[in-house]
Design a binder for this molecule. Structure first.
Ligand code: PEP
Length: 252
């Protein structure tokens, strides 16, 4: 049985005070929900303080990025070791904004995945196709390539700490969501791929989140799909009431 996960990616939003305010509003709104693994990912500068506020709550902390080397002469970078140190449980890697704006390659993302596995941190590993790739029938090839390279050399045991987030790029921050059927089709494909690369047990246990304009109004239909195990939420995670409604989704 896969426990659903709802994770909020705050991106480059919320100053320290705002982040503390937001998380303080979210905590009571989701406190009674023990059925969902709830995660928030603030900016680096808010992690330590938000970790203090989250202490004793049912919400886990994530970072939005990491560097694969543990420490050294890497000016401006933050590694899994340091993220664990401030109380992170998860780190998001492979987000399309990092791939597109910062030119991150599948190999670099794989180095991060391996570093996170070595550090014993959970990984939220994002993949997804552009509209052009979808419309030219390359979607499955793109997803296969991203999964194969991104998870290369991760052992069966290490896969238990990996959550995959399918985020079609055309749906991120656009207000356009994949239909329930489009999400299910992609998720079923990704699960079959994990089965092929690992085994049926790993495929059955791996959670696959959907990301891309998830809102209170569309989460219930998405979460009713058999292979959709949760959501990675951008914009709607910045409003406590919306995020709480998404966390407290109802299957239809
Ligand atoms: C995201 O950035 O991971 C995301 C899914 O954003 P949004 O929900 O705003 O589309």
């Amino acid at each position: 049985m896969r426990k659903p996960m709802i994770a909020g990616n705050w991106k480059l939003h919320k100053t320290l005070d705002e982040a503390c305010g937001l998380v303080s509003e979210i905590i009571p709104a989701v406190a009674s929900n023990q059925d969902v693994e709830i995660v928030v990912a603030p900016v680096f500068t808010a992690l330590s303080k938000v970790a203090e506020i989250l202490s004793g709550s049912n919400i886990k902390l994530a970072a939005q990025n990491c560097y694969p080397e543990p420490q050294g002469a890497f000016t401006g970078e933050v590694s899994p070791l340091f993220l664990k140190d401030v109380g992170c449980h998860y780190v998001i890697i492979g987000h399309s904004e990092r791939r597109q704006i910062f030119g991150e390659t599948n190999d670099f993302i794989n180095a991060k995945a391996r570093a996170l596995a070595d550090a014993g941190l959970g990984t939220i590993f994002c993949i997804g196709e552009t509209l052009e790739e979808r419309e030219s029938d390359q979607m499955f090839d793109v997803l296969r390539h991203q999964v194969r390279l991104g998870l290369k050399n991760l052992s069966t045991e290490q896969m238990s700490n990996v959550v995959i987030a399918y985020e079609p790029i055309w749906a991120i921050g656009t207000g356009v969501t994949a239909s329930d059927e489009q999400a299910q089709e992609a998720h079923a494909f990704i699960r079959a791929l994990v089965k092929e690369l690992y085994n049926p047990k790993v495929a059955d246990a791996t959670r696959i989140l959907y990301g891309g304009s998830v809102k209170p109004g569309n989460v219930d239909g998405l979460m009713t799909q058999p292979d959709v195990d949760g959501a990675l939420v951008g914009g709607a995670s910045l409003k406590a009431a919306d995020f709480a409604r998404i966390v407290n989704f109802e299957k239809v």
